[in-house]
Design a binder for this molecule. Sequence first.
Ligand code: ADP
Ligand code: ADP
Length: 232
Amino acid sequence: AAAVALRAVQKVYGRRGSQVRALDGIDIDFRTGTFTAVMGPSGSGKSTLLQCAAGLDRPSAGTVTLAGTDLANLSETGLTKLRRTRIGFIFQAFNLVSALNVRDNILLPSRLARSRPDRTWVAEVVRRVGLDGRLRRRPAQLSGGEQQRVAIARALSVRPEVIFCDEPTGALDTNTAAQVLTLLRQAVDDDGQTVVMVTHDPVAASYADRVVFLADGRIVDDLSAPGIDAIA
Ligand code: ADP
Ligand code: ADP
């Protein structure tokens, strides 16, 4: 089954005279339990695709189905609830709340959704990302790699069906990036979660099962694992 499906998705920015067609007819399914990397040159529409697929932005035309729901049928409130309870986000800039310690950052999605965190699961996530001894620290007291691991723990804390990542390793050194990618791989292999990751980095993409290439708002290549191995 598809965790995320896009049909004839278009996204046009701006008004008449100065329009940018960021997405120009995207049809794709991201199947449950798969790890997809989205690549392509700067300006090809990768971030826009992620934003539309994740319900952070609405397409100009076409349909997005996320976790079994046609996003067009949701109000802004419904969309927010869906994002907080069933979706995880990981960004290049970590997007942690500087005033909150690690533990409260990780629990933030549950608190915002006013749902009770599953303590056993959250403890497992904290252990997995290796942050047990860091729960009382503020983000500013952590290394970049640790901050991104907090962001991953926060994304995993609600056991999301889909995790969207935009350049999750863009600010990290090689070894730390490998740790982060291994955690994403584990979310797919051990927990059956679905990961969609925008990246410029071919090494990051090599952790995926599938690599989709965008150019000018269209999908121009779509390689699954054997195809990835053939170009690696
Ligand atoms: P990528 O992530 O591949 O670099 P983007 O999705 O960010 O590409 O951008 C695709 C195109 O849409 C680019 O031409 C970009 O300038 C344009 N674009 C992106 N966001 C906006 C916006 N909020 N307003 C206007 N144009 C935008
Ligand atoms: P306080 O700091 O208010 O005395 P605790 O530290 O015992 O309280 O826990 C407060 C909340 O923090 C708990 O509800 C729990 O969800 C969360 N929490 C505490 N320790 C962990 C942990 N190791 N992993 C994940 N969440 C934790």
